[in-house]
Design a protein around this ligand. Structure first.
Ligand SMILES: [Zn+2]
Length: 259
């Protein structure tokens, strides 16, 4: 599927009241509850594209897999303001340094690149070394449950991730990230079928791409869907067309095109 990249930006402090925003904007923000299923990595707290909404409710654990599960999505479904809407995003993340290293990023306050996503990178190294063996969830280390789950996930897709021919670290990282995306999206969509939203609810899936320092992150969008009576109505094409038109307006100087 095509993956249009939407511009991200560094997150600014969220205002605690309506004084810094217009009345209409603060009313709209107060009506939307957001949920994210992105990696716990502190970089995502800084770099996830800013949105002045309630939340986010944090459903994600390591590399964005929705580890908070049914209990989490059930709680969130009751948190949407009356007359409001729910906006949700799921996806893994991957760093790309300014000099093009995939799976790495130079973090704020540091000068050398480090792994991003670190959890996925550790799982990939272990997979390459043949050190992951099949394991039932009941046998996962309770003190490292999420990492063990991630390792088993990559093991199930070892052939696709490792690929044919000579080892190519960047390609492997990209393939692994796509695999984790598919699995996280499938798990998230399963969870959405377990709850009832009384308000309109929209789910987006994609890969969060982290950049060096405070350059922010962008989202390679893979999926947009509306939740309708426990069913997901795909609106990816519709949304992509709409957002491309909006971004053209922004490029043409209409800064408030998305309002
Ligand atoms: Zn991560």
């Amino acid at each position: 599927m095509s993956a249009p990249t939407t511009p991200g930006r560094s997150r600014r402090p969220i205002s605690s009241g309506p004084s810094s925003a217009s009345r209409s904007e603060s009313w709209a923000s107060a009506s939307i509850a957001s949920l994210t299923s992105v990696c716990s990595d502190d970089l995502n707290s800084i770099q996830f594209p800013e949105a002045r909404m309630i939340g986010p409710f944090i459903l994600g654990g390591l590399d964005g897999y929705p580890f908070v599960g049914k209990t989490g999505i059930g709680a969130f479904s009751h948190h949407v303001p009356e007359g409001g809407a729910a906006l949700m995003f799921v996806g893994p993340h991957v760093g790309i340094t300014d000099d093009g290293q995939v799976g790495k990023v130079v973090r704020p306050g540091q000068t050398r690149p480090s792994d991003c996503c670190g959890a996925a990178s550790a799982a990939l190294r272990k997979l390459e070394a043949g050190r992951i063996t099949p394991k039932e969830p009941a046998c996962y280390d309770p003190d490292d449950y999420q990492q063990e789950a991630l390792e088993q996930l990559v093991l199930r897709h070892a052939g696709e991730i490792l690929g044919p021919g000579k080892p190519d670290e960047a390609r492997r990282f990209v393939r692994m990230t796509e695999v984790i995306y598919r699995e996280a999206e499938a798990a998230f969509f399963r969870l959405l079928k377990t709850v009832d939203f009384e308000a309109p609810a929209f789910a987006f899936g994609g890969i969060l791409i982290n950049r060096d320092g405070d350059a922010g992150a962008s989202i390679a969008l893979h999926r947009a869907a509306r939740v309708d009576n426990k069913q997901l109505v795909d609106m990816t094409a519709e949304f992509t067309e709409w957002s491309e038109a909006k971004f053209k307006e922004i490029e043409a100087g209409k800064a408030d095109a998305l309002r």
